[in-house]
Design a protein around this ligand. Structure first.
Ligand code: NAG
Ligand code: NAG
Ligand code: NAG
Ligand code: NAG
Ligand code: NAG
Ligand code: NAG
Ligand code: NAG
Ligand code: NAG
Ligand code: NAG
Ligand code: NAG
Ligand code: NAG
Length: 402
């Protein structure tokens, strides 16, 4: 039996690296993607047979992912224009060689990983030094990212969690992509998930290429933030800037702060929003306790990190991150449980402090005098600024800066 032609024929496949197509075809849950690959072999091969892209890890959407897409949109995925399909496949391709162990041992802090998706429509950001050095330099790491972390088994995804626990009961991971979307990943061990360009693993939904802040914020139903951005007229500036971290208070935070989105005037709102905007891309896994950022409004924002693994929690000034790494085409948003107060006022401002009693302490360190927007607080509808006559001027400056 051992000498049958069948065995002789199969032997090389186990000793020589196989193509991605060959490897995918062996997975019964990937029949739709395998067919998709076959009918788009021109661009698929350009991506996966191009050795200068190696090593990569491909996140292969399973048949449920195709069915869900068709269910949700009413049309098959394959009806999308070729450019869109190419972007989608690029976004499912991580520029590193990740084994199953990389997921199971990732630790609950999670990790940001660049992909091959580089087009400006979904990636108007430049890679920071830390991410670049982890992933082979700025050229290699410049694509849009996904964020991989341990799945929260307490979430409503319990059923899918259970279904995809097919390995050894190890930690399950989710992949976060655009529009706050999370899909579950089923890591394959090396006997199944290896091909000549690296590895592949299975995801149970399609990744969503990150969209503009406006679409992302509205999709997340952050109506307080939406209203504030509408009224301040900062949407265009926010959507068309590069390298932005938006610290977005959630709706409860706006309510707790006395609805500043409705009560502050445009100038105050603009200043407050700029205080909540950092001019660089700060993914949660790279944040360190004590780290400081200068916001677009020039106020200092200090990071606090407590705990490790699943217990890891992050604050910006007084505000706790309740949803980290909401990816956008030009950076990301961290959703906060409170409106941030200036660092200088943090100790003075406790929950017992009556609202509206704190006074402005604009940093006088810059050579220019503080503008109203730069000194106002995003709280209570109480104006903290000075020098009202400069309002319109400073507003334009800030918009230009963003
Ligand atoms: C997935 O593949 C099955 C079997 O070939 C086919 O019937 C189904 O239409 C495909 N679904 C999609 C969304 O392409
Ligand atoms: C192969 O990939 C490299 C790097 O991504 C790219 O510059 C080059 O154009 C690709 N070659 C082909 C033939 O697609
Ligand atoms: C498709 O939609 C129907 C009705 O909304 C639902 O019962 C079914 O589970 C969905 N299938 C998938 C694969 O999402
Ligand atoms: C994946 O695991 C390997 C081996 O432990 C390690 O060298 C590599 O840095 C890991 N990759 C990432 C992105 O963590
Ligand atoms: C990308 O950012 C630049 C500013 O750096 C802006 O001019 C351009 O319109 C942006 N492109 C997109 C697609 O958002
Ligand atoms: C953000 O983008 C700007 C403009 O491209 C660039 O100068 C800056 O270095 C980038 N910052 C980071 C942290 O990548
Ligand atoms: C991916 O890593 C494995 C070892 O972990 C190695 O055997 C394989 O050659 C690597 N693939 C590529 C394309 O570098
Ligand atoms: C903000 O403006 C957009 C466009 O005019 C509108 O669709 C949206 O409902 C507004 N958001 C809020 C919270 O009013
Ligand atoms: C922040 O500081 C810079 C440099 O000191 C200045 O050019 C800019 O106008 C300031 N921005 C605001 C909003 O005050
Ligand atoms: C608040 O008070 C603590 C302890 O007194 C001090 O360590 C910390 O630096 C203060 N924070 C600010 C923002 O002043
Ligand atoms: C905004 O409100 C503040 C305080 O109420 C005031 O000083 C400022 O002139 C107002 N700005 C505009 C543009 O109405």
């Amino acid at each position: 039996m051992l000498r049958t032609p069948l065995i002789l024929f199969l032997a090389p496949l186990t000793t020589h690296a196989q193509t991605l197509y060959e490897a995918l075809s062996k997975q019964p849950t990937l029949s739709n993607f395998t067919a998709f690959y076959q009918s788009n072999s021109a661009f698929a091969s350009a991506l996966f047979a191009n050795k200068s892209n190696y090593p990569v890890t491909f996140l292969a959407p399973n048949d449920d992912a195709f069915a869900s897409y068709q269910n949700a949109t009413g049309t098959p995925l394959t009806d999308l224009p070729p450019e869109t399909l190419l972007e989608l496949v690029q976004y499912h391709t991580l520029v590193t060689n990740l084994s199953a162990e990389n997921f199971t041992k990732s630790g609950a802090a999670g990790f940001t990983t660049p992909t091959l998706l580089t087009g400006e429509a979904h990636n108007n950001r430049s890679v920071g030094a830390a991410l670049a050095s982890k992933y082979g330099g700025p050229g290699r790491a410049s694509g849009q990212v996904v964020f991989i972390k341990n799945a929260d088994s307490g979430s409503s995804k319990a059923r899918r969690f259970w279904l995809s626990t097919r390995q050894d009961g190890g930690a399950q991971n989710t992949v976060r992509s655009g529009l706050s979307s999370n899909v579950l990943i089923t890591p394959l061990d090396d006997s199944e998930g290896t091909w000549e360009g690296g590895r592949f693993h299975i995801v149970d939904g399609l990744l969503t290429p990150p969209e503009m802040c406006s679409d992302t914020i509205r999709n997340a139903k952050l109506t307080g933030l939406d209203n504030a951005l509408n009224r301040s007229g900062l949407w265009t500036a926010l959507d068309s800037s590069k390298n932005v971290t938006c610290l977005g208070p959630n709706n409860k935070a706006f309510g707790d702060a006395g609805s500043p989105d409705a009560k502050l005037n445009e100038t105050e709102l603009a200043g407050a929003l700029l205080f909540h905007t950092l001019p660089e891309v700060a993914y949660s896994d790279f944040l360190e306790d004590g780290q400081e950022f200068t916001s677009l409004q020039n106020g200092t924002v200090r990071v606090r990190v407590e705990g490790e693994g699943k217990e890891r929690q992050i604050w910006f000034n007084n505000a706790k991150v309740v949803d980290a790494n909401v990816l956008t085409h030009n950076g990301l948003m961290h959703v906060l449980d409170a409106v941030m107060v200036p660092l200088e006022q943090m100790n003075a401002t406790t929950s017992a402090t009556p609202s509206g009693t704190s006074s402005a302490t604009a940093s006088p360190t810059s050579s220019t005098s503080p503008s109203p927007a730069a000194t106002c607080e995003f709280r209570d509808g109480v104006e903290k600024g000075k020098g009202g006559g400069e309002a319109a001027t400073s507003y334009r400056l800030q918009e230009g800066r963003m």
